[in-house]
Design a protein around this ligand. Structure first.
Ligand code: ADP
Ligand code: MG
Length: 280
């Protein structure tokens, strides 16, 4: 009886523990969330976990409840039932500025009144002007640590972020003159100024041309590899399946399936949800 050559090279120690596939604690948990608007049930017991340092996709046909779920998580609306937990803490019902100062941030469209400001000025805007939020000084990471961040540091951070997204050459342009895709980059760069642990992105690729889309995906993957977590709503199934480690499928206000792209793809109910209803 001879051992295969590759086995000779193994020293045996530590080989047994390697197969244990322990899951990390979720960074974000949505548990039994329900929300009714008048007579319309938008969310009907939505539950899912988001694992840290992942690109997680949230998909589902139009009206499935994706944006409402984002609104509940970010604190823009309060759920009728259920809980939201972030990094071990119950944040249900927290105001948006509270969730964002805690490290859970959602991107906001550039409001009309800021279109005449430059890209750089938009980057340096207080968060209360980004999305109806408050307490800019309390949100800056430097201030969280008890050190006042001065204008110069803020400027440097803004500039680095613009370089990272390759829009530094547009720094002095008015935000209103940007293309749809450049605007998306600015929205994302601006959200990252808040130094979030988790970023909620609602259709970040809408109106973005394919080459810019690839750039943006590369940036997201880079940021994911450096420890950030993304929850991403996106119409393009192929994009989600190719780039997300985890996929959550919603349908009619409920979570239908959660799993890897392969698990989700082969799931009969997902196929039915898309074929049976309007394809998003
Ligand atoms: P998705 O983002 O998946 O397309 P939404 O979360 O926007 O879906 O909407 C889910 C359902 O809730 C839809 O039927 C929508 O019409 C309804 N809805 C969402 N927000 C409101 C609101 N503020 N008032 C009334 N109905 C709403
Ligand atoms: Mg939506």
């Amino acid at each position: 009886m001879s051992r295969p050559p590759e086995a000779d090279a193994t020293d045996g120690d530590g080989a047994t523990a390697a197969s244990t596939d322990a899951e990390a604690d979720p960074i974000l948990s949505v548990d039994g969330v329900g929300k009714t608007f008048g007579g319309v049930t938008a969310l009907d017991g939505v539950s899912f976990d988001v694992e840290p340092e992942t690109l997680t996709g949230l998909i589902g046909p139009n009206g499935a409840g994706k944006s409402t779920t984002f609104n509940v998580i970010s604190g823009a609306i309060e759920p009728d039932t259920g809980r939201v937990r972030f990094d071990g803490e119950d944040i249900t019902g927290w105001a948006p500025h509270e969730t964002s100062s805690r490290g859970l941030v959602r991107t906001f469209q550039i409001a009309r009144e800021f279109e005449t400001m430059t890209v750089l000025e938009n980057m340096m805007l207080p968060p209360e002007n980004q999305g109806g939020e408050a307490a800019w000084r309390a949100i800056l990471p430097g201030v969280r640590d008890g050190v006042k961040e001065d204008e110069e540091e803020l400027f440097e951070r803004a500039w680095e972020m613009l370089e990272f997204f390759d829009i530094d050459h547009l720094a002095l342009e008015e935000a209103g003159t940007l293309s749809g895709g450049q605007r998306k980059l600015l929205e994302l760069a601006r959200a990252l100024m808040l130094d979030p642990e988790v970023l909620l992105l609602d259709e970040p690729f809408a109106g973005v041309n394919p080459s810019l889309e690839q750039d943006l995906l590369d940036r997201l993957e880079d940021l994911r590899d450096r420890g950030r977590t993304f929850l991403l709503v996106e119409h393009d199934m192929d994009l989600i399946m190719e780039h997300c480690e985890r996929v959550i499928v919603m349908h009619q206000g409920r979570t239908l399936v959660t799993g890897s792209p392969d698990e989700v793809r082969s799931e009969e109910r997902v196929i039915e949800a898309y074929l049976g209803g309007e394809v998003a």
